[in-house]
Design a protein. Sequence first.
Length: 160
Amino acid sequence: MAVRYTDDDIEQLLKERKPLPDDHRQRLKVRDKNRQMERQLDVIGEDGNEFCIILRQNKRNILDFSAVLAVRPPRSNQLFRLRRYNGKHSQHRNTIEGDRFYDFHIHMATERYQELGAHEETYAECSSRFANIDQALDCLLKDCGFDVPPDQQLPLFEEG
């Protein structure tokens, strides 16, 4: 059975303080996995919720990336995606609103899209705050309640 959260639940999960380890940049440096580079980091929030940061970067198209924040619901092996910061790699359509766009965008979990039976984070809004995976991760950390230690400033994706 699919896990569902209300908009208030989602907001509380986003606000929950999430301490990052000092070496979070090194631990999130993406690694080769077939056609894309991937990495993930598990973080326990101050209220005991288990969160996961997932990074994906296409090796051929630098605009095809995602920085995802998910939570692992109690007594579940599934992940519920709270936010997804996407690159400019395909057109997005918000089904309920009927709008379409091709731009950098942020997917957000909503109660109304869950009620439709869609993926929890189907709704998205354009964003000019990031243009690469490093900037997308920085936005995710700022927006989603992370306590960020002094940064190592390591790039997550290196060409070559």
